[in-house]
Design a protein around this ligand. Structure first.
Ligand code: Z5A
Length: 210
């Protein structure tokens, strides 16, 4: 089935470490279910399927050593499974899918921060995701130092978080370039505002699409 024939909505959440995606997704899922009576599916990348969760473990564990190319391929392998097993069926059923990270993460992290080229990585992403595009992307913009501080308060650093500040600044730079290029889909939200205020701003945007 073509994406245009599917009645569901595909909404993705992007941002650097500790931006607040998980917190915001929880709040939106609750409100869309309770107030709007919608069927909501929360999922994440890497992960979301049995194979995807195994790939996630490989990608995030601190002792994993891999080239940037191998890293890219693993994120894309997880995505391909996720799309076929989870996202497309949910879209066909008319669900609202809230997905923690998708192609924009790969473009910002592997494309810009790892230096593989945003254009080339975007091309691979489009091919692997069979041109599936989110109806809406909420990008939670935060100063990387603030985001890393928040993330470290709640858990140990994983392999990618452990990269230096310069790497995390490049991720933000990558996201801001996408925001400039795709203003209709990719919406920037100030992630330094309090959670309740952020949820209100996000809800206003989401209601335009569901
Ligand atoms: N990655 C990649 O390189 N390429 C790809 O293609 C994909 C991913 C798909 C996935 O790890 C890693 O893989 C990730 C990108 C890379 N890099 N790393 N590391 P993950 O899913 O485990 O990590 P994450 O997505 O960065 O999650 P996170 O750090 O847990 O952040 P979050 O979900 O955005 O934040 P949170 O858990 O909602 O909040 C963090 C803390 O801040 C928590 O204590 C909250 O209570 C607090 N918080 C949340 N919102 C606020 C506000 N508004 N104000 C104050 N405090 C807040």
């Amino acid at each position: 089935m073509q994406q245009s024939q599917m009645t569901g909505r595909f909404i993705t959440f992007e941002g650097g470490e500790g931006a607040g995606k998980t917190t915001l997704m929880e709040g939106l899922a609750h409100r869309l279910t309770q107030e709007k009576g919608r069927s909501v599916l929360k999922t994440r990348e890497p992960g979301g399927t049995e194979l995807g969760e195994e790939i996630r473990h490989l990608l995030l564990k601190k002792r994993s050593l891999m080239s940037p190319y191998a890293e890219l391929c693993l994120f894309l392998a997880s995505r391909s499974e996720h799309i076929r097993e989870v996202i497309q069926p949910a879209l066909a059923k008319g669900q609202i899918i809230l997905c923690d990270r998708f192609n924009d993460s790969t473009i910002a992290y592997q494309g810009n921060a790892r230096g593989l080229s945003m254009e080339k990585v975007a091309h691979f992403c489009s091919f692997i995701s069979e041109h599936l595009t989110p109806h809406l992307t909420l990008y939670l913009d935060i100063d990387p130092e603030q985001g890393l501080q928040r993330a470290h308060k709640v858990r140990e650093q994983d392999r990618i978080e452990a990269e230096g500040l310069a790497f995390h600044k490049k991720i933000r730079e990558g996201y801001l370039a996408i925001a400039k290029k795709e203003p209709n889909r990719f919406h920037l939200l100030d992630a330094s505002q309090p959670p309740a205020q952020l949820l209100e701003a996000a809800m206003r945007l989401v209601l335009r699409y569901v």
